[in-house]
Design a protein around this ligand. Structure first.
Ligand SMILES: Cc1cc2nc3c(=O)[nH]c(=O)nc-3n(C[C@H](O)[C@H](O)[C@H](O)COP(=O)(O)OP(=O)(O)OC[C@H]3O[C@@H](n4cnc5c(N)ncnc54)[C@H](O)[C@@H]3O)c2cc1C
Length: 473
């Protein structure tokens, strides 16, 4: 592809800011940085003009000052795994990749750690675990997802909000380069989060539209002891009723509580060479300061679960058995993609507690009436302790881009209808991009206009991540 004068100028300016070896306009890098988990190709007309890998906040500030002067869009990218379309560029611009911003410091004397946005979630968790601390973030993508990406979505992944809160509850402060190039630090170095107005909240769960987070400061949480349990039921309905009982009967919500329908649990157990279960499975982790407390909490959940007549329900005391089960659940998506040589799409349905039984059953029929999708198997599992279900499909790779795009449009339309019906919203993948029509329907035009005005305050020229809020496809 021929390089235009403007593109060449941008490349030169970027090289001047971050150095030649941190800038590329190779077509391969442009395509790589334009892809996300969606099953269709990058659009040629939206490819970035240049990919930049800054190492310092001051460089990011310079990039934005130039971009504002020249009105060039800047897209920010962690690892590109977001599942609502926010990491794809929607028009040509500068692609700012955060993977070189990897400072990580544990400050036990202060009671916090600080992380650069480019640190991978799994690496952060390992570094903390080595010193006896726990990272309250566990998405299925943790091996690759970046701290900046999860912060922008405010997602704690599989962790159940009711057990220990949400990621934002632990963020004491962020450092941010604003789209105009100014640098601010919010929050505190203390152990207590600010009362009243705290700009941290604008950026944690900010959908990447208000500023680029260059440092995340989070409270250190001591690692907890865990206790494990599993229940197998004849079908999904008693699972829904058991989860509902857990909340209504005041059993302590576990840290994790996952379900797999019978088809998925059969496949998962076979992957780890375990005997397939006789029905859908639910498994969970009780936590406590010591093992006794964790066991007690798990037993309380088990007691409630027994009331829904499981085929089998028992504490898992063999750590190897637990690890097998957990890994089986974790690898189900890559296993299916590999086995069927297809492309994956996952949906995020969130029920309310009162209608959990109905919602769970409806999610099992998610693909009904959706062209192409209705002919595929719904691999149905999710973080049921957080009332979240993920209908998942493997699309044959030979389907062309137009079909994949149509499926994607329909998937988000139906997801929106579901979450509006139950009065909920996605808790993992942000609120805009593919979900912008949902946001407008769910919260109204006035709410949407307010967010647009807020963005305009931070980003008067709409330089940062244009398209996310607008919901371009
Ligand atoms: C196989 C698989 C499993 C997954 N499992 C889960 C799961 O269990 N739970 C869950 O919640 N999610 C899950 N996800 C989704 C995804 O991993 C998360 O949403 C994650 O938060 C995105 O991180 P990322 O680094 O890839 O962000 P990206 O996709 O690169 O970016 C996401 C958004 O954040 C913005 N952003 C990135 N860095 C910054 C920054 N420094 N400052 C400001 N904005 C920034 C981007 O502009 C973009 O808008 C999964 C994805 C896959 C592919």
């Amino acid at each position: 592809m021929a390089t235009t004068d403007k593109e060449q100028e941008i490349v030169s300016v970027m090289e001047g800011i971050v150095g030649k070896n941190r800038v590329t306009n190779s077509i391969f890098e442009k395509i790589k940085e334009s892809l996300d988990p969606f099953p269709y190709h990058a659009s040629r007309e939206n490819l970035p003009l240049v990919v930049v890998l800054p190492e310092r906040k001051e460089q990011i500030s310079e990039i934005f000052k130039y971009a504002n002067k020249e009105k060039v869009p800047v897209f920010v990218r962690g690892s590109g795994t977001q599942l609502a379309g926010s990491s794809r560029p929607h028009i040509p611009g500068i692609m700012l990749n955060t993977s070189r911003l990897t400072n990580f410091e544990i400050r036990e004397d202060y009671g916090f750690f600080e992380s650069g946005p480019g640190v991978r979630v799994g690496e952060a968790a390992d570094m903390l675990a080595e010193r006896g601390w726990f990272l309250p973030i566990l998405p299925g993508s943790r091996v690759i997802a970046s701290m900046g990406g999860v912060i922008s979505n405010n997602t704690s992944g599989h962790i159940i909000d009711a057990a220990i809160g949400k990621l934002a509850d632990y963020v004491l402060a962020v450092e941010v380069v604003l789209p105009t190039g100014e640098i601010i630090e919010t929050g505190t170095k203390g152990m207590r989060k600010p009362a009243g107005t705290d700009l941290t909240k604008m950026f944690v769960g900010g959908d990447g539209i208000m500023g680029v987070v260059t440092m995340i400061r989070m409270r250190l949480i001591p690692a907890v002891k865990q206790s494990y349990g599993i229940a197998i039921y004849p079908d999904l309905k008693p699972i829904a009723r058991a989860v509902k009982r857990m909340y209504v009967e005041k059993a302590p919500p576990p840290l994790f509580m996952e379900f797999m329908d019978h088809n998925v649990s059969t496949i998962a157990f076979q992957i780890k060479e375990m005997e397939p279960p006789p029905g859908p499975v639910i498994f969970f982790v009780g936590i406590g300061q010591d093992k006794e407390e964790a066991d007690k909490k798990m037993a309380k959940v088990m007691e409630v679960f027994q009331k829904e007549d499981p085929i089998k329900a028992y504490p898992i005391t063999d750590l190897e058995e637990w690890k097998k089960l957990w890994v089986a659940r974790e690898v189900i998506a890559p296993y299916l993609m590999n086995k069927l040589q297809g492309k994956l799409i996952a949906i995020e349905l969130v029920a309310n507690l009162a209608k959990l039984e109905e919602a769970m059953e409806e999610g099992a029929r998610f693909n009904e009436g959706i062209p192409y999708l209705e002919d595929l198997t719904n691999y149905y599992f999710g973080h049921i302790g957080a009332l979240t279900m993920h209908p998942t499909f493997v699309l044959p790779p030979e389907w062309d881009d137009d079909v994949m795009r149509e499926i994607s449009r329909n998937q988000f339309k139906k997801e929106a209808e579901f979450n509006i019906k139950y009065g909920t919203c996605g808790g993992e993948w942000g609120q805009f991009s593919k979900r912008t029509p949902f946001f407008i329907k769910r919260y109204g035009e006035t709410a949407y206009e307010l967010v647009k005005k807020m963005k305009a305050v931070f980003d008067p020229n709409n330089i940062l991540n244009p398209g996310i809020l607008e919901g371009y496809r």
